[in-house]
Design a protein around this ligand. Structure first.
Ligand SMILES: [Zn+2]
Length: 358
């Protein structure tokens, strides 16, 4: 009998993790001094190497998103324009949002990479995954790139999950910033629950508690705007008493995380105070809330290299490892309680109202 037989029997089994981290993401070359820089991904890669993830995970290669996959989230005229203007050129779409000669190729692979992980999860090859890609996506709307984002990777992935057989998809966006683009794309779509925690007021200005979706999508957009300075206690409160219960009530068969790490305490852009360990605990809370549904994280922001790389590793550890008790009910925090009270009031008469605790 092989000696590792007993070891395998004693170590609690983790989940099969898919990782996607390709050099094409480095080709989105930033103008000097821009915070959304290729070095971010190199820092993540070093930490992934140090964690020995490549020995254990399934390496998934990115591929360009197809025109059909992109049109599920973006206007054809925007795609025509980007396809025509970006390849081989450099410039700015707005003051924040740049492109380099290979940015279009990188953007196609970032969106397509997120879709590739969704496909592997839906095929049963992996139970969780992380698309560690650039450029980020959650500010890109259906017809406009903005906020460092060209294509909305997580939105393209969500629509691909629905096309691949999911009936309900949830997106939890814990990036420092509100994902205005993702919110807009799914504003009227009850098939995608969009949940965001973000510093507020802050860029891009959207994400107030009363933005809850419209028409058939009314009540399927949940915004938890938090004041500058919020940290582990506020986030734990919100995840334990609102986001977890809302996910349980919605019962998605696929969960996507818009995984930005700019709410980390070290981040130079934001004023939030999340610790590295918080990303581990919050990931566990999400896993716990969606049961056996696959979880795929898609990288968004995070601009302190150490905070970014260590937080991403904390998330990967929680995605890969055995399920753990997430720590029960979080300690009450008055600021979080006030925001949840406002959210509950905004959701009055909608299906998820009762899931929002205090
Ligand atoms: Zn951000």
């Amino acid at each position: 009998m092989p000696s590792n037989y007993w070891r395998a029997a004693l170590v609690p089994l983790g989940r099969r993790l898919g990782l996607l981290l390709d050099d094409i993401s480095l080709e989105h070359a930033e103008p000097q001094g821009h915070p959304e820089r290729a070095e971010r991904l190199r820092a993540i890669a070093r930490e992934v190497d140090a964690g020995g993830f490549w020995d254990r995970c399934l390496r998934v290669r990115s591929r360009p998103a197809t025109r059909g996959e992109l049109e599920a989230a973006h206007a054809p005229r925007l795609l025509d324009l980007l396809e025509q203007d970006l390849p081989g050129h450099e410039g700015h779409i707005d003051a924040d949002t740049y492109y380099a000669p290979k940015s279009w190729e990188a953007a196609l692979h970032a969106a397509g990479g997120a879709v590739a992980l969704v496909e592997r999860a839906q095929a049963g090859d992996i139970e969780a995954g992380a698309a560690l890609v650039r450029p980020p996506g959650h500010h890109a709307t259906g017809d406009r790139p903005m906020g460092f984002c060209l294509l909305n990777n997580v939105a393209v992935a969500a629509r691909a999950a629905l096309a691949g057989g999911a009936r309900r998809v949830a997106i939890v966006d814990w990036d420092l910033h509100h994902g205005n683009g993702t919110q807009e794309i799914f504003w009227q779509d009850p098939g995608v629950l969009y949940v965001s925690t973000h510093q507020y007021p802050f860029y891009p200005g959207t994400g107030a508690v009363d933005e809850i979706g419209e028409g058939p999508g009314r009540g399927y957009t949940l915004n938890v705007p938090l004041p500058a300075g919020a940290g582990d206690a506020e986030y734990e409160h919100v995840f334990a008493r609102a986001i977890g219960p809302a996910l349980r009530a919605y019962a998605p068969d696929f969960l996507l995380i818009s995984a930005g790490f700019d709410a980390h305490v070290r981040d130079p852009i934001g004023q939030m105070r999340l610790s590295t360990g918080a990303f581990h605990r919050l990931t566990h809370r999400l896993r716990d809330a969606v049961g056996a549904a696959p979880v795929v994280a898609v990288l968004e922001g995070g601009y302190d290299l150490e905070g970014l790389a260590s937080s991403n590793r904390a998330m990967l550890d929680a995605l890969e490892g055995p399920a753990a008790t997430p720590g029960g009910a979080a300690k009450a925090h008055p600021v979080a309680a006030r925001v949840l009270g406002a959210l509950r009031a905004a959701l009055a008469g909608t299906p998820l109202e009762g899931a929002i605790g205090s």
